[in-house]
Each structure stands twice: as structure tokens, then as C-alpha cells.
Write a protein that binds this ligand. Structure first.
Ligand code: NAD
Length: 259
């Protein structure tokens, strides 16, 4: 299925690795030109070269911290009028809420709520004027099924989710949709470091820790970034103009509820 977005331009944040890279690749495979944002230059340039070589699209890069005003200004200077925006940044640390200061909360809100909102603010009016726009926010299954020790993430991402629910109904008549994708457990660098610390805590090898956790997921495995990217690309497609304000869980069946 061709998605009808060849020649469009996407700004993809957190794109050198993991889920963001999965989204960038799936969009590039559809002929979308991509501006990739990530913090560290070397892996970012490597990813850009690989995507350019595989899909022949125009790939530009911005090495910056997207959670800072300077980082966002640099990303928007490189890609001022994206047709597609994928919001993504690292998640806040786990812990006990008794240990979190106001500054910890502000950092989490900046990264996982206010940064996507600022990028939406900078791009959504242009999308509406041009009559096409697709915005996808990478959030977390923890928005639907909160995990106590991820309180900073639960709180900040829920704030974004509430904001998007309102705005997405204002933009859709202009063919601009805003949706959130909620990943369960995906096989990325972030998951690998989580597995390493679980293995240490439980006195297991990393392979044993991975196998135990995967066994608890109905799909019996972790998700693959390309599966995540394919869902993102569909939501960004010409065919998804009637899907807006939704929270799409992609978790191998891990969430046990009906809705
Ligand atoms: P990852 O560590 O594999 O990749 C993160 C990417 O984002 C890298 O390219 C990194 O450079 C970039 N990045 C991080 N912080 C940035 C910043 N401040 N500015 C610019 N670039 C930044 O992570 P991932 O597993 O792909 O996770 C992506 C998001 O999805 C995170 O917010 C994570 O909390 C969330 N999430 C992941 C999972 C999972 O199982 N992998 C599950 C739930 C939620």
C-alpha cells in the first residue's frame, strides 16, 4: 500500500535510534524527506547516511537537545514548515515521588509535555494553511496503565495527552491530525539498559531477565522499532485524515483491558 505522502517533509525528533528512528525509516521508505533530530552527532550522522542510502530521500540532521529553546530553534530553522511532525525525546527517570523536587518535575514537563506543545505551536498553523498536516507524539503505555515508579512520565505525558485531545478536534477540519502512539516494551537501547539493571538487581544474566519479561507479554516478545514506525507512517498517511485525537496502544497485547 502506497501511503500517498511521497515528497512531503517530516521533522522527526529523537530519530537517531529506537522508536524515533523506526518512524523516520518508515516515512523515508514512503518517499518522505526527513529532518532528523537527536542529541549526539555521530550516531545521528550514521543513521542519516543509512536512511539516505536505503531510500534515496533528502535527509538533514540537527544535533541538539530538543527540550531546550535553542534546540527547538535549531530544529525549526532546519525544517521550518514540516508536513509531518514526530515528537519524541528521552523519558524521565524512574523513582519514588518523595524524592522528586520541583526542578525534577519541571524537567519532566519540559521534555515530555511542553517541548511537543511548543513544536506543535510552531508548526500547526502552517499545516492548516497548507491543508495537510500529521502530528504524532510518542508517549507511553504508562499513560493508559500508569506505572507507580514512572510517576514523572505518567504525569507529564498525561498532561500532553489532555492538551492534544482538545487541539486535535480544532485542526482536523483542515486535514491536520494529531495522535499519540503509546509503546509497550520495544527492543531499543533504552530497553537494553533497563534489562541490564533488572538483571543486576535479580542476579540473572541479561538474556534470562529479557526472557522472563518477554514471557509476561501475550505476544511473548518485545516490539520491533520497524513495527512502531509502520503504525506511525500510516497515521501520517494521506489515508489517515479521519483519525485524530487518538491514543493508539502498540504493546503485544500487554494491556489487559477491552478499551
Ligand atoms: P532510545 O534511547 O532507544 O532512543 C532515543 C532517541 O531519542 C535517541 O536518538 C536520542 O538521541 C534521542 N533523544 C533523547 N533525548 C533527546 C533530547 N532531549 N533531544 C533530542 N534527542 C533526544 O529510546 P526509545 O526506546 O526509542 O524511546 C523513545 C521514547 O519512547 C522515550 O520517551 C521513552 O521513554 C518512550 N518509551 C519507550 C518504550 C520502549 O519500550 N522502548 C516504552 C515506553 C515509552
Amino acid at each position: 500500500m502506497k501511503l500517498g505522502i511521497a515528497g512531503k517533509h517530516a521533522l522527526v525528533c529523537g530519530a537517531s535510534k529506537g522508536l524515533g528512528r523506526g518512524c523516520a525509516e518508515a516515512l523515508a521508505a514512503e518517499g518522505v524527506n526527513v529532518t532528523l533530530v537527536a542529541r549526539t552527532e555521530a550516531p545521528l550522522l550514521r543513521t542519516a547516511d543509512e536512511i539516505r542510502a536505503s531510500y534515496g530521500v533528502t535527509v538533514t540532521t540537527v544535533a541538539c537537545d530538543i527540550t531546550t529553546p535553542e534546540g527547538r530553534a535549531a530544529a525549526l530553522a532546519a525544517c521550518p514548515s514540516p508536513d509531518i511532525l514526530v515528537n519524541n525525546a528521552g523519558g524521565p527517570p524512574a523513582g519514588d515521588f518523595r524524592d522528586w523536587s520541583r526542578e525534577d518535575w519541571i524537567r519532566a514537563l519540559d521534555a515530555n509535555m511542553l517541548t511537543p506543545i511548543e513544536l506543535i505551536k510552531a508548526t500547526v498553523d502552517g499545516m492548516m494553511e497548507r491543508g495537510f498536516g500529521r502530528i504524532v507524539n510518542i508517549t507511553s503505555s504508562a499513560v493508559k496503565a500508569p506505572i507507580a515508579e514512572l510517576g514523572l512520565s505518567n504525569g507529564a505525558r498525561s498532561g500532553l495527552t489532555g492538551f492534544v485531545a482538545g487541539l486535535a478536534r480544532k485542526t482536523v477540519a483542515h486535514n491536520v491530525t494529531i495522535n499519540n502512539i503509546l509503546p509497550g516494551m520495544f527492543d531499543t537501547d533504552r530497553l537494553a539498559s533497563l534489562m541490564k539493571s533488572r538483571a543486576n538487581q535479580q542476579g540473572l544474566s541479561v538474556d534470562e531477565a529479557r526472557a522472563r519479561i518477554a514471557h509476561g507479554i501475550p505476544a511473548q516478545r518485545f516490539g520491533r522499532p520497524e513495527e512502531f514506525g509502520a503504525l506511525c507512517a500510516f497515521l501520517c498517511s494521506a489515508y489517515a485524515g479521519y483519525i485524530t485525537g487518538q491514543n493508539l496502544l502498540i504493546d503485544g497485547g500487554n494491556y489487559p483491558g477491552v478499551f
